[in-house]
Design a protein around this ligand. Structure first.
Ligand SMILES: C[S@@+](CC[C@H](N)C(=O)[O-])C[C@H]1O[C@@H](n2cnc3c(N)ncnc32)[C@H](O)[C@@H]1O
Length: 227
């Protein structure tokens, strides 16, 4: 397997060669009922932050096997799941069979090039920034702004280094994996100020940040009208 964190396609295809591995690397477990319940929790957060409306076209960056899409798609006009891994998308296709308003799109790992500008109402990414280099996180924030319609909404999250449980994640990895032995996909935390800076630098308006369960940092904002 590639040791290079930024070689996202190789790394994530090799982590999702089987359904069991894909589930484990998406969530840490394989129980479909828990998967569904966690998807409902994420949709609740989206409702509380960016909102979920029946006419919305939603796009998820790093959709995995469609944990969130399966719960969200029935409430929106269209759900587009983008992922760097063809294996993840193949499994997502099977899980989402029967949902008529979903589309799956393989992406390079660095941008949303197949998606036209100003075509999406809500872009979100969850449980993905922790696996990306900081620069690639920000590139996706910029890409989200490009594909959003004016007034469109963006949401992102990561484990919060400044929270008690986030700090525990950091320490666990530091002690377990010495330099040179760190898995390419190892989780790296953010902070609320980092996410806020990314959204503000990208030009989002009404930027808000919050924390949850002493573990998550999340940020959301509005895509301004093009000037
Ligand atoms: C931990 S899983 C989370 C999946 C999904 N968001 C969820 O919450 O169930 C991370 C996902 O991000 C994808 N991914 C990793 N790097 C990516 C990148 N650079 N661009 C797009 N997707 C990426 C992986 O293939 C994987 O499906």
């Amino acid at each position: 397997m590639s040791k290079l964190r930024g070689d996202y396609k190789t790394v994530w295809n090799s982590l999702s060669g089987s359904k069991q591995d894909a589930y484990l690397y998406v969530s840490g477990y394989t129980d479909e009922d828990k998967f569904h319940a966690d998807g409902e929790d994420t949709v609740d957060i989206l409702r509380e932050t960016v909102g979920v409306k029946p006419d919305d076209v939603f796009l998820e960056i790093g959709c995995g096997v469609g944990r969130v899409g399966r719960v969200l798609a029935p409430f929106v006009k269209e759900w587009i799941g983008c992922d760097v891994s063809a294996n993840m998308l193949r499994l997502a296709g099977r899980r989402l069979l029967g949902l008529g308003n979903i589309r799956l799109q393989e992406v390079s790992g660095y941008d949303l090039r197949p998606i036209p500008a100003a075509s999406i109402d809500v872009v979100y990414t969850t449980v993905v920034f922790m696996h990306l280099e900081e620069w690639d996180r920000y590139n996706y924030v910029l890409e989200a702004k490009r594909v959003l319609k004016p007034g469109g909404r963006f949401y992102c999250d990561n484990v919060d280094l400044a929270s008690p449980a986030g700090w525990a994640v950091f320490e666990e990895s530091r002690l377990r994996f010495p330099a040179g032995e760190r898995p390419a996909q190892i989780s790296k935390c953010s902070t609320q100020p980092e996410l806020e800076a990314f959204l503000k630098q990208a030009g989002f308006s009404d930027v808000r940040v919050a924390g949850r369960l002493d573990f998550w940092a999340y940020a959301w904002g509005i895509c301004p009208a093009r000037g």
